[in-house]
Design a protein. Structure first.
Lengths: 215, 266
């Protein structure tokens, strides 16, 4: 069953066309690798798939419904179901809020009672191999690997069905890369989440992806 | 921290004068003595045309001068920050409208406009605060909008959008804390500017003459013989207070800005 798909999307910045008539389909529980050289529009495509930008033409569909026509509860379901992990791990956290504040906000959004926040956070962090001491730290006070794990934990708190991973390991050193990739595999095994794995590193993509799409 | 010491000490002195004038001033503003007295041991700055102790008046005037400055600054900051946040976040016609309004306020000749308004409306501290605040928000809005446009496409904002947070939450909880460091020096500068405007308007006789502020004191000295009689000890203390108050407040803003720049360069 198709979870997320883009049909013949085209996007341009001013007169510079980034890509034209690009299509991609993601089935439930599969990992689709999206590869291409630098500047080919992989990150733009990721933002379009995540609904953060609108394509200039073409459609993005979630469970068969065009996201451009979604509103109210339908859009809310899409918003919680499709999450994105960013290339710069620390940059995906607000620089003036602690990691704990940023992640707790997601629990509030998900309707978890405040009294349970600490316990839920500690359990989620432990599963990702993180100590709860990072909760009181700011993004620039933790390592890239810790920040990326914390980003994954935050994304998983609202139980998404698709995660768009925009070069999640390119800013990390090799040993940390392997840890993050194994964590992602483990999460997918446990939860059956679909991944769109974006990278320019073909070795990493072939390790992660069930099939590869070239942009 | 040492460079903050002098401006902070000055502000602390002024704040003490404003909050506890009764404890510091030797007399109340209503006590009368011999008029036009030269400085002596009892009246360090002498007395004015109504026989009031000038030192006591300077101390009691601090509250209103600072209050008008800070309250005008607060009005300007609230309006400017909200307009800047919304204009920077929305890139549609709302941004054009808000920036159009900002440009209009930017080109208004402020002091002449305030003079006209103060002359036609009944002068008073609240009117002055409102008018000075309503005419001082435009630079705040522009700075805040620029900063919002810088961070609106940052990954942490995209992450918040992706997680499903509302625009209001993202603007006020994610973006505002990041923008806040540029708002603080603007607040301080607007406050200093409002203090000067208040003094200027009071000197021109366009404020409520029944209240005591540093500007009103200089105006009284000018209109009631302080300058002709060469009573420098009448107009000099409030003038010095205005200069030192504005210098202390603006120094804080510049030092804060310099500190922030050093952090960025590191």
């Amino acid at each position: 069953m198709l979870t997320l798909c883009a049909r013949e999307i085209t996007h341009a910045y001013g007169n510079h066309e980034v890509f034209r008539d690009f299509s991609i389909e993601v089935a439930a529980g599969e990992t689709v690798g999206l590869v291409g050289p630098s500047g080919c529009g992989k990150s733009t495509c990721a933002r379009i798939l995540a609904g953060l930008e609108a394509p200039q033409s073409g459609t993005v569909e979630f469970c068969g419904t065009d996201i451009a026509g979604m509103n109210g509860s339908g859009y809310e379901v899409f918003r919680r179901s499709v999450q994105m992990i960013f290339q710069d791990p620390a940059g995906s956290f607000n620089p003036v809020r602690t990691i704990g504040q940023s992640i707790s906000a997601v629990l509030r959004l998900a309707g978890v009672p405040k009294a349970e926040h600490r316990a839920v956070l500690v359990e989620a962090l432990q599963k990702a191999g993180l100590q709860d001491e990072i909760l009181s730290r700011y993004p620039d006070q933790i390592s890239g690997g810790q920040a990326q794990r914390a980003g994954i934990v935050r994304g998983l708190l609202i139980s998404p069905s698709v995660m768009i991973l925009d070069e999640p390991t390119s800013a990390l050193d090799v040993s940390v890369q392997a840890q993050i990739l194994h964590l992602l595999k483990e999460v997918q095994r446990e939860r059956g989440i679909s991944y769109v794995f974006i990278s320019h590193d073909t070795a990493v993509v072939s390790f992660m992806a069930d099939r590869v799409v070239r942009l | 921290m040492r460079r903050y010491l002098l401006p902070l000490a000055l502000i602390a002195v002024f704040a003490t004068m404003a909050i506890f004038p009764g404890l510091i001033a030797p007399f109340t503003p209503t006590e009368r003595f011999t008029t036009y007295q030269a400085p002596d041991k009892v009246h360090i700055f002498g007395t004015d045309d109504m026989g009031r102790d000038i030192l006591s008046l300077v101390i009691y005037a601090t509250r209103l001068s600072l209050f008008i400055g800070f309250a005008s600054g607060a009005v300007a900051i609230v309006i400017g920050t909200v307009i800047g946040l919304v204009a920077g976040w929305r890139t549609d016609i709302l941004d054009d409208l808000l920036m159009g309004a900002t440009d209009i306020v930017l080109i208004l000749p402020k002091i002449p406009l305030v003079i006209i308004l103060a002359a036609y409306l009944s002068p008073g501290p609240w009117l002055l605060i409102l008018v000075l605040g309503l005419l001082s928000w435009e630079s705040v809005a522009r700075v805040v909008r620029s900063k919002v446009m810088q961070v609106r496409s940052a990954d942490f904002v995209l992450a918040a959008r992706c997680l499903g947070f509302s625009d209001t939450y993202i603007i006020f909880r994610e973006i505002l804390p990041v923008v806040f460091p540029v708002v603080v020096p603007k607040f301080v500068l607007v406050t200093a500017s409002a203090m000067i405007s208040e003094a200027s308007l009071s000197f021109l006789g366009l404020s409520d003459p029944t209240v005591i502020s540093w500007g009103v004191m200089i105006s009284d000295a000018f209109n009631h013989g302080g300058f002709i009689r060469k009573m420098w000890y009448w107009w000099m203390p409030p003038a010095l207070c205005i200069i030192l108050g504005v210098l202390a407040i603006t120094s804080l803003a510049f030092l804060h800005e310099r500190g922030a720049r050093e952090v960025v360069q590191l």
